[in-house]
Design a protein around this ligand. Structure first.
Ligand SMILES: [Zn+2]
Ligand SMILES: [Zn+2]
Ligand SMILES: [Zn+2]
Length: 159
């Protein structure tokens, strides 16, 4: 039986072929490590998991290189507030990738990737520009409690 992750990796392979780039074995393995984690990982954690999983060491520098490739091809995303990586939740979709916003659960550390409408983003950018501020990045990251954790009785701890 083909696992869910294998299917996603197959799609990732197709995306790379369409883009004319190569999903090398190392890149594919790094993507697999990211896919297998229930929560976003730092490059150091990815290097650790890679070693545990494949019995081979990959330097953190190399991990960053692989991650940059995966990020450029929208197979993974980087949370800018925590410098952690998570798989794109649309690898197996056909539609164009929207500008993502991330809903980060403080309880289970799970992250939901939600597309944001272009108009909203443009309006937000215009608003910020009006203040004279130059925006470097547009990624939105929100923290809170996911619906599953809420159902399980988790409450927001404000600190
Ligand atoms: Zn995505
Ligand atoms: Zn999708
Ligand atoms: Zn949660």
């Amino acid at each position: 039986m083909i696992s869910d992750i294998d299917k996603t990796l197959e799609h990732a392979q197709q995306i790379c072929t369409q883009q004319g780039v190569r999903l090398t074995e190392k890149r594919r393995r790094v993507l697999q490590v990211v896919l297998e984690s229930a929560e976003p990982l730092s490059a150091y954690q990815i290097a650790d998991n890679y070693r545990d999983h494949y019995g081979k060491t990959l330097s953190v520098m190399s991990v960053y290189r692989m991650l940059n490739f995966l990020k450029d091809n929208e197979l993974v995303h980087r949370l800018e507030t925590t410098n952690q990586y998570l798989p794109c939740s649309h690898i197996r979709c056909q539609h164009d990738h929207e500008v993502p916003q991330f809903l980060i659960c403080d309880n289970c550390k799970g992250v939901d990737e939600v597309g944001i409408r272009k108009e909203i983003l443009n309006e937000l950018s215009a608003n910020i520009k009006d203040t004279g501020f130059t925006l470097a990045r547009q990624q939105l990251e929100f923290r809170g409690i996911c619906s599953a954790c809420q159902r399980a009785g988790a409450t927001l701890k404000l600190n």
